[in-house]
Design a protein around this ligand. Sequence first.
Ligand code: COA
Length: 370
Amino acid sequence: MTATKGLEGIIAAQSSICSIVDGVLCYGGINVDELAEKASFEEVVYLLWNGKLPNRSQLDELNKNLGENAAVPKEVIDSIRSYPQGVHPMAILRTAVSLLGLYDQEAQDMSAEANLRKSIRLMAQTPTIVAAYARIRKGLEPVDPDPKMSLAENFLYMLTGEKPSETAIKAFNTALILHADHELNASTFAARVTVATLTDIYSGIVSAIGTLKGPLHGGANEAVAAMLAEIGSLENVEPYIRHALDNKQKIMGFGHRVYKNGDPRAKWLREMSKALTKQVGKEELYQMSVKIEEMVTSEKGLLPNVDFYSASVYTALGLESDLFTPIFAISRMSGWTAHIMEQYENNRLIRPRAEYTGPVNQHYIPIDQR
Ligand code: COA
């Protein structure tokens, strides 16, 4: 038995939700480029859950369900108020989502209907939790969700209490679509492994959130923002990146396990970064990002991934950098729940083997002889 480090290239599941073939990303067979241009995030949620786009009445019903379920139990909000200061928002989200499971009467109901209802609640309530925490930590009261707003609009509204601009809603909607699903990425795999034991959906989502939090996965977008802040100006890019490359440091937001010829989502975020940073007078962030890309690509042959330009996009939207990964989680909740439901439909315990590399033929030595 020989291990494949990082399970690279291993086909670990069959799935009809999302495909990456020859560098082209599709949800339900539809190129993500087309969805990013034309769809609403809610249509994408429906597509991931059902394998086809909704007709008007199906979409109306989903929108209604998401709107009606966006409020979070008061106990969860009260609990968030008591969490320690200075904790990472992903740890807050992981804990608060776990708590949602305690207050969900259907948490242990494993029927497909109940799991769909729980998926709707998880999808609807995650933005509410993130926005509520973002306000609570500043000493502000959470803003109640508006059931008539789209998910993108509602999240931005709940953060500030003010109606966001059409530009911001459109950009945020596109960002949500681009992050919605990505086949067997680490957090989705973690969710599938968890629920393949036939535990409940909340346990699967808690695994997924904990996995997304790491800087090699979803945490990379926040790390990119930290890097941009540390670099500080266009003229500092060159020495900073040169020093990092010379010292074999990882440049966050570059490289990908699957895409070796470029992440198809990055071009969208690059364009959005260009337009949005210009609008808010933060063009230097975009220029710095382009310069970093030029250097890392020419010197290491590495291309930017989804997280690289999303950092400047979210910064231009006025979002705080430690909320970037929770925002990724809001979007990926659609994919996680889709994969969990698919796993339940045709389940088998996921239990691979390990290649043993430890000592052999050892014996127990009594403790006072060690
Ligand atoms: N900066 C510098 N070097 C990088 C790099 C980066 N961002 N990403 C990969 N490399 C280098 C590795 O050091 C390795 O070099 P080596 O062969 O000389 O040791 C080589 O490229 C292959 O990378 P590897 O770590 O084996 O790729 P992986 O498939 O295991 O990892 C990532 C993929 C995404 C985890 C990795 O590219 C990375 O850490 N990127 C930064 C974090 C990030 O942006 N994550 C978000 C992913 S969407």
